[in-house]
Design a protein around this ligand. Sequence first.
Ligand code: UDP
Length: 237
Amino acid sequence: MKYNRILLKLSGESLMGDKNFGIDPSRLQQYADEIKKVKEMGVEIAIVIGGGNIFRGVQAEKSGIDRVQGDYMGMLATLINAMALQSALEQNGMYTRLMSGIKIESVCEPFIRRRAIRHLEKGRIVIFGAGIGNPYFTTDSTAALRAIEIEGDVVLKGTRVDGVYTADPEKDPTATKYEQITFSEVYEKNLNVMDMTAFTLCQENNLPIIVFDMNKTGNLSKLVLGEQIGTLITDKS
Ligand code: UDP
């Protein structure tokens, strides 16, 4: 196995599946199946999930809601997704803990770094909900920060695109995919991997990122076994 402790980042939008809003139960089940395969290989798994399918802070300003208030609403949205994912994982026989960046004691534990690591060592899947708990951040930044805190081996950013391209493949048909790229090349070429806060955190702490297509069955397990899937971003060329 190439990675023993992973931080899987799932976007809220991917949970919508073919719907325009909310959570698609078949997508949730698909993710639970993929995560279970990796769990059975003995990998320690932490998950950060976004909230874009429900609410985004930037969107609040357009409706006259204060930005900070909107960001907190976004964080609560991630918690709704995290609870749905927790339930799906448990229904599929996995042990989980939900840790939140905002205190919501009746529903989940507060994030305590040492406790999170202990859960992972005991084989529980840890989901980090409510982002970092601060406005002006994203769940990508949460993924980077928590991965560093729990001493994860890699951030696996599951998206609907299968890696990092020279240009947006949905707009430019001549765009080609990178199999591997360095952090500085991503900066130089101004490629879109994660927001800059998240990206810089990974670079400064030598934490590799893999961008991959989470919707393709088997990709997550192949990645963990070290197969070349998606795009690997490291400090080594
Ligand atoms: N958010 C925040 N602080 C955090 C994490 C998230 O304020 O630490 C808010 C922010 O408004 C963001 C929203 O929660 O727009 C939903 O998260 P994100 O947009 O990262 O979700 P994704 O795009 O991955 O679905």
